[in-house]
Design a protein around this ligand. Structure first.
Ligand code: MG
Length: 224
């Protein structure tokens, strides 16, 4: 069952019911370095389930199975039209707009999966692990190539970068992904996080912002 999630778009509201959330990894050099990972030569990505979505003012629930759950602030692209095998220069035509996304990650479970060569589906896929919003800004309004992107925990900056540092541009990512899987209307593509990822704990208030879009605020609770 997909959660009911509405985001403001221009003067109306959009029902955000994606068929998938595609999340790009290692798209900022400094983040790849802080993770001890090589910079990829072609984009790398994984899927998060739509059941992990929550909206602005929502609650991120820390699962009992993890002792360390991290924030990753990311620029997210929301698709407008079905998009299959497009080139980078064509990609913009298929985009509705941009929003703020937090790729919540159970870091200890991810580290264990990496070590054992297992899937990231668990560490990335718990319910509430995909906060998004508060609004979608039209692709006509902003240029995703040079935006301030930041995240604060309890009012203190933890991440602060610029989308200028992306290794692969939004258009290159959409092209690459669409050559593998068809992107459907309202599908979400999260474009990777800048450096500064770190843990969230019970009671934290997390604000994530992108210049020209807005601020997404969530609170954090341990599973009770
Ligand atoms: Mg990420």
């Amino acid at each position: 069952m997909v959660r009911f999630l509405i985001l403001k778009f221009e003067n109306t509201w959009v029902d955000l019911v994606p068929t998938k959330i595609v999340a790009v990894g290692r798209n900022y050099r400094a983040h790849a370095q802080e993770m001890g990972s090589a910079v990829p030569e072609i984009p790398t990505f994984f899927l998060k389930p739509p059941s992990s979505l929550i909206g602005d003012t929502g609650v991120v629930v820390l699962p009992a199975a993890s002792q360390r759950v991290d924030h990753e602030v990311e620029l997210a692209v929301v698709m407008k039209d079905r998009c299959r095998k497009v080139s980078a220069p064509e990609a913009l035509r298929f985009i509705l707009g941009y929003t703020v996304f937090i790729d919540v990650t159970a870091r200890d479970l991810q580290a264990e999966a990496k070590k054992k060569g297992l899937s990231w589906a668990i560490s990335k896929g718990f319910d509430t692990f995909a906060p998004i919003g508060p609004n979608i800004v039209s692709k006509e309004e902003i240029d995703p190539r040079d935006l301030d992107i930041w995240l604060k925990v309890n009012g203190i900056y933890r991440q602060h970068g610029t989308t200028r540092d992306m290794l692969f541009s939004v258009n290159e990512l959409i092209s690459h992904i669409s050559n593998i899987m068809t992107l459907e209307p309202m599908d979400v593509v999260a474009t990777g996080t800048p450096e500064g990822i770190g843990p969230m704990v019970d009671g934290d208030v997390v604000e994530a912002g992108i210049e020209g879009i807005g601020v997404l605020t969530v609170t954090v609770q341990r599973d009770r």
